[in-house]
Design a protein. Sequence first.
Length: 286
Amino acid sequence: MTQTGSGHALERADADHAHIVVVGNEKGGSGKSTTTVHLIAGLLHAGLRVGCIDMDVGQETLTRFLRNRRSARDAGETALKMPELRSLSVSGLDSITDSNIENQLMVDAAVAQLDKTNDFIVIDTPGSANALSRYGHSLADTLITPLNDSFVDLDLLAAINPDTFAVISPSRYAEMVWKQKMVRASRDGGSIDWVVMRNRVSSLGSRNNRAVEAAIGSLAQRIGFRVAPGFRERVVFRELFLKGLTLLDLKGSKAGGRLNMSHIAARQEVRMLLRAIGLVETPSSK
């Protein structure tokens, strides 16, 4: 464990290398982009040097967010901190095998460049199953999988008995993550700390909520991941994207406007997530 200049504790897989955090999910609408940008902002606000790779070459959501953020900073938001971004291009080779190899080499080059100057590297993976996404997962020291709190989305992790809500078997995505854990261990002896975060949890308890919670808990023990609290559905996330801001940037921001109670509650959700993941010790100030 290394202490940063701001007094926050930092977990490093290797003191000589940046800690790689991969945000991965093969289903859309799970809050992957919201998670990625708030994770980057949280690390930056903790005084850490952050590099990032936008591996989702189709959507490029992270790249567009950071473009908006730079525009906001150029327009007067001088306090905004920026990560070091590396975007990727898709291989144009005809051979699928050669194309996959070239894509992996591009990722390796980006990681090597960012590793020289950063404490953390955050990788945003595609929201689909492909070779590039699988390779990105295998690079993780910490893998974060956002998941909406419903059986529709829990299907990403496991097949569920519709009558008893018991876990029948892990899904294709869970099996893929397990395989990438093996790939990582074989490649460099490293391990992947897998964290599943529950998004859009209803504030009103219900039989369905309890059943989903029980199923996730059972599956966590079975295939080896930790569970972290996520975010509720909030319009402010979409509004701030256009300004390149996160909830952690609102205090003292001209573009963000005044904080209301919903903003404060949402910022607390972000801090709870960062604490649960365990990458930084976040301050409790409002």
